[in-house]
Design a protein around this ligand. Structure first.
Ligand code: GDP
Length: 330
């Protein structure tokens, strides 16, 4: 079984071209859940959903989130009604005491849907509704994710990193905020002071995840090392398991240039050089790396180079083949 550690962009892109290199039936995807939020009572798993929708060929590949051509009737009406009573479309956290009651999995990231700051399509919302109801029936997030993956006809296994709450809180010059507020509502603008994975000391990686990693091999896709892979590494046992297994990491940088997203600022804020060299420092357990042809970074571990820009499936397959070569070399 090959295990991919995934956020919501780089690794799902890689998976889109991986199926001829690594059989889907032999693939387990571990999804980051630090980005998850509860919005209007519905539990949303942005990174896992992108993997589900991408693998089901339902993903909106322009935005790289949500379902393609998904109508937004419900969202539009929430925003319209809210605006009519002067409720703006900005994040509205539930009161502090409500952050830690209600569903345990949703702790510290519970938002009102008034003004709905995230753009949720109608079909996408149906997934969140179903997920939340199955959680409320008493199933774990792992079980519910499996059910949703089955409903979408996925061949790969998708599992959350944990069944416990872990909330990625970005501490900024404008105060602490959940990653979704930082990125979706504020476009990554506030200056970052530090990043906290709230709940990670008490949260456990699931036995499924730890066993899968130990058996390996593991591919750390080109995901954000801080907010996509960081929450996993913060869980007891994951980094130790990664040290015991064969790991190939794909850089989300070309030297010090990032393809997309806030990885640069986040790496800098937590004390890593915002570059491929910094990624290698963040991943001491990686046995080999896949870097871009134009990335001359000199690493202390084996490197396979290719064009790592993944604009389409053929490009992703090229990167997946480089991952395969790197794995063979370990
Ligand atoms: P998030 O959950 O949306 O932050 O997504 P991830 O953490 O999975 O991925 C974000 C990272 O993907 C960013 O740091 C990007 O640099 C990287 N990325 C995006 N597109 C590409 C690509 O085509 N090639 C590579 N190598 N990295 C990419």
């Amino acid at each position: 079984m090959t295990v991919f550690l995934a956020g919501g962009t780089g690794t799902p892109k890689l998976l889109s071209g991986a199926e001829d290199v690594i059989a889907p039936a032999d693939t387990t995807v571990v999804g980051n859940t630090g980005d998850d939020v509860e919005l209007g009572g519905l539990f949303v798993c942005p990174d896992i959903d992108t993997v589900l929708y991408e693998r089901a060929e339902e993903l909106d590949r322009d935005r790289w989130w949500g379902i393609a051509d998904d109508p937004t009737t419900t969202h539009d009406e929430i925003v319209r009604l809210s605006a009519a009573v002067d409720i703006p479309a900005t994040p509205r956290y539930l009161p502090d005491d409500r952050q830690t009651d209600g569903r345990d999995i949703a702790r510290w990231r519970r938002f009102s849907a008034a003004g709905e700051f995230m753009h949720i399509g109608d079909r996408d919302r149906a997934v969140h509704l179903l997920r939340t109801s199955l959680l409320d029936e008493g199933r774990t997030l792992t079980e519910v994710t499996r059910t949703l993956a089955d409903a979408f006809g996925l061949l790969v296994e998708v599992v959350p990193m944990s069944d416990d709450p872990v909330a990625t809180i970005v501490h900024t010059a404008a105060g602490p905020m959940h990653f979704q507020e930082f990125w979706v509502a504020r476009g990554g603008e506030p200056a970052i002071e530090s990043v906290e994975f709230r709940g990670s000391e008490a949260a456990q990686a699931t036995a499924t995840v730890l066993e899968a990693i130990r058996e390996g091999p593991v591919v750390v896709g080109p995901s954000n090392p801080v907010t996509s892979i960081g929450p996993m590494l913060a869980l007891d046992g994951i980094e130790a398991a990664l040290h015991e297994t064969s790991v190939v990491a794909v850089s989300p940088f070309v030297e010090d240039k990032v393809f997309s997203g806030p990885a640069r600022d986040l790496m800098e804020a937590v004390g890593y050089e915002p570059s491929t060299a910094g990624v290698a420092d963040a991943y001491p357990f990686a046995d080999a790396f896949v870097l871009d042809d134009a990335d001359g970074t000199d690493l202390d571990r084996p490197v396979v180079r290719t064009d790592t820009t993944m604009d389409d499936r053929a490009a992703a397959e090229r990167v997946a083949r480089a991952v395969g070569t790197a794995l063979e070399g370990i």
